[in-house]
Design a binder for this molecule. Structure first.
Ligand code: PGA
Length: 229
């Protein structure tokens, strides 16, 4: 299993350090085959101890240069960061990242050998329109994306399940991951209100190779509980 924590715009540099110190204890007793990834905010990117991969939540597809307010490869290289989250629905929806932008970012970080956690997920109205609509929507989010990239991880996160406390039903996750599996051989994560109370059920679903957790991973004890369950 892969356990990934997305801090979003939460935690400071100092609270991330305290979090990582406590997480290191959990990591010492995690199952050796499991992987733990943490995506802190850009201001808390650093080198941390323990069997954990630190990733960037976002970066601009440039080595360095004139892109006010963004970070590029140079700022990630400082900390040896080689993992990035691309295509999160909050960036697509709140920050207006188009599929074209997302695909450009993907191509750049692929070219630079990054492990890419590529996020896809449909809004509620698409889910309510039925299976065909979901399929069309999700597959459109693969446009311009090299699905055979060897360092690819795909995270399916239905938008209506993110931060709402209402995870998708196991049957919905199973069916959607089954659909995605017809296109993908990479690890497939589920995200959207994953928490200690539902982690065992979600982890047991076919074609679920891991989870991407926001809210319930902000507290290190809660994230640790999921890893050790
Ligand atoms: P959530 O967020 O766990 O708070 O639903 C998941 C995500 O957006 O990655």
């Amino acid at each position: 299993m892969i356990f990934a924590a997305n801090f979003k715009t939460n935690h400071t540099r100092s609270s991330t350090r305290a979090y990582m110190e406590q997480l290191a204890q959990t990591l010492a007793s995690k199952r050796p085959e499991d992987r733990v990834l943490v995506f802190p905010p850009a201001t808390a990117l650093d080198r941390y101890d323990g069997d954990v991969t630190i990733g960037a939540q976002n970066a601009y597809p440039v080595h360095k240069g004139a892109v006010t307010g963004e970070i590029g490869l140079e700022q990630l290289e400082e900390f040896g960061i080689k993992t990035i989250l691309i295509g999160h629905s909050e960036r697509r929806e709140l920050l207006g990242e188009s599929q074209e932008t997302v695909a450009k970012k993907f191509a750049f970080f692929k070219e630079n050998g990054f492990e890419i956690v590529y996020c896809i997920g449909e809004p509620l109205e698409v889910r309510e329109a039925g299976d065909d609509a979901v399929k069309t929507y999700l597959f459109a989010e693969f446009e311009g994306i090299d699905l055979s990239y060897e360092k690819l991880i795909v995270a399916y996160e239905p938008i209506w399940a993110i931060g709402t406390g209402r995870s998708a039903e196991s049957e919905e996750i199973a069916a959607t991951h089954g659909l995605l599996r017809t296109k993908l051989s990479c690890p497939l994560l589920y995200g959207g209100s994953v928490k200690p109370a539902n982690i065992s059920e979600i982890a047991a679903i076919g074609n679920v190779d891991g989870v991407l957790v926001g809210s319930a991973a902000l507290d290190v004890e809660s994230f640790s509980e999921m890893i050790l369950k």
